[in-house]
Design a protein around this ligand. Structure first.
Ligand code: GLN
Length: 481
């Protein structure tokens, strides 16, 4: 059984009767058992997956109506709620939390007969970019297990890249889908803000975050988007996309398209190998008929500072509910004075989340809000104006997804500021609400490099077409697992 197939290939193989869902899911679960002890992508597994596969095979045999996923094995980041399933956010705080409802993306995928093989690892509450801040230990990069897989959706990227599922859902607040996709050589796509419902995604910084797919191919990302995008009455920030078909015309190419190379994302601090891969990608795009030219977005230099001021502020209020009275891990209130009780409960949050809570209390506080929070909002709107201006001239923008190569586990964990800076190329799309994608582009000394494309709001279709065109020029070695 070949587990190394794309999501669309999987649906075709099942449709034509070449593989049974039970076989594929059974082999997938065996493969997870075999490799995940080392990789640690999963926090929990679906014990019922093979039974669900058998039911889908029965449905297919009897000619019943069958959803577009045909029993496809999907992993889900553990900050997205699946009813009656543990949803820990990789935090001790939610160690025993069983979600009482399905996220909208889960409802939609269930309707399409997807099988959720398990919940995957992340930095605690999605704060980080290496999965080292997971309270349950880091995931490892399948390309070299001494290295981080990126994050925060590290478990998603590892599970796709190591063939433990065919696709995954992650969440991207400042790069958390694209960063691990880049580090693990998968596709990672953050749609236009509002295109996918956030209902049932446990909020970190809800004004800028989106759920997004991690897949093996750009076509698979478009396929997933077809299944999960659209208006949702449970999330009033969602946009009506008129049931757009993102797969249709995906091979249109990029001839004549104008692509801006973001100057501030290829400058100071960039690894030379990453820079040369980016230059190579640009010349490939030119060969395909695109017109590439440098463009400056000078607000990018303040984007990381603004991002952390805004996200810690939102996180400070979003995570206030974890007080062990409404949400928490359950110890008896008896015998505690109120403050002592709350203090004990909040100690269940790990060091990075605690750091963000302290910042999130300070940044918007009276006397400092003008200096930090309001200034950050100004940067956000100026950056948005600049990028909107750039999109008057360009159809797309390009940069490396991450300015550096994957780093070793433990290498940067004690230097949070250096971790923050690694987000420099990804946060702009979140702060401005634009869609962005990372595609696998090169392997340097056995470590992956991803290229990022950004499009204007609601131009997700064009973005996927361009990513597909670039993807077709790439031939990479297989992951050594
Ligand atoms: N590294 C960023 C952060 O720590 C991005 C995280 C994310 O996108 N969830 O906030």
């Amino acid at each position: 059984m070949n587990l190394k197939i794309s999501a669309l290939q999987f649906t075709r193989e099942v449709k034509t009767g070449n593989i049974s869902v039970e076989d594929f899911i059974g082999k997938t679960m065996e493969h997870i058992e075999k490799v995940d002890g080392n990789l640690h992508a999963f926090l929990s597994l679906n014990d019922n997956a093979v039974n669900q596969a058998r039911d889908i095979d029965k449905k297919i045999k009897s000619g019943d109506k069958i959803g577009q996923c045909f029993g496809m094995p999907i992993s889900i980041k553990d900050n997205i709620c699946i009813k009656d399933t543990k949803t820990t956010c990789a935090s001790k705080m939610l160690e025993n939390y069983i979600a009482p409802y399905d996220a909208t993306v889960i409802t939609k995928l269930k309707q399409q007969d997807a099988i959720f093989v398990g919940k995957v690892n992340l930095d605690e509450f999605a704060m980080g970019l290496s999965t080292e801040f997971s309270a349950y230990g880091p995931s490892k990069n399948p390309w070299n297990t001494d290295y981080v897989p990126g994050g925060s959706s590290g478990g998603s990227a590892v599970s796709v890249s190591a063939f433990e599922c065919v696709a995954s859902l992650g969440s991207d607040t400042g790069g958390s889908v694209r960063n691990p996709a880049s580090f693990c050589s998968t596709v990672g796509y953050k749609p236009t803000y509002g295109l996918i419902s956030r209902y049932g995604l446990i909020s970190y910084a809800n004004s800028i975050e989106q759920i997004g797919p991690l897949t093996r191919t750009v076509e698979d990302a478009a396929f997933m988007l077809n299944l999960i995008a659209g208006l949702d009455s449970n999330d009033n920030t969602t946009i009506n996309n008129n049931n757009a078909d993102y797969l249709k015309d995906i091979d249109s190419g990029i001839e004549g398209k104008k692509i801006g190379i973001i100057k501030e994302m290829i400058g100071e601090g960039i690894n030379p190998t990453v820079l040369s891969a980016t230059k190579n990608a640009i010349s490939k795009l030119e060969e395909l008929g695109a017109i590439c030219e440098e463009v400056s977005l000078d607000m990018v230099k303040y984007s990381v500072a603004a991002y952390y001021a805004i996200t810690t502020t939102e996180a400070g209020s979003n995570l206030a509910r974890y007080d062990n009275l409404r949400y928490g891990y359950d110890f008896s209130v008896e015998g505690y004075a109120f403050n002592a009780y709350i203090e004990k409960a909040r100690k269940k949050l790990g060091p990075e989340v605690t750091r963000r809570m302290i910042l999130g209390g300070f940044v918007p506080s009276s006397g400092y809000a003008g200096k930090y929070f309001l200034k950050a909002l100004k940067v956000k709107s100026k950056l948005t104006r600049q990028i909107d201006e750039a999109f008057k001239k360009f159809d797309l923008l390009i940069s490396p997804t991450v300015p550096i190569l994957p780093f070793k586990i433990g290498e940067k964990i004690n230097d949070p500021a250096s971790l923050f800076l690694i987000d420099i190329n990804t946060v702009t799309a979140n702060l401005t609400g634009k869609p962005a994608i990372s595609i696998p582009y090169a392997i340097s000394n056995g470590l992956p490099i991803g290229i990022q494309l950004i499009a204007n709001s609601m131009n997700d279709k064009l973005l996927l077409q361009a990513a597909r065109a670039l993807e077709k020029t790439v031939k990479l070695p297989e992951v050594p697992i």
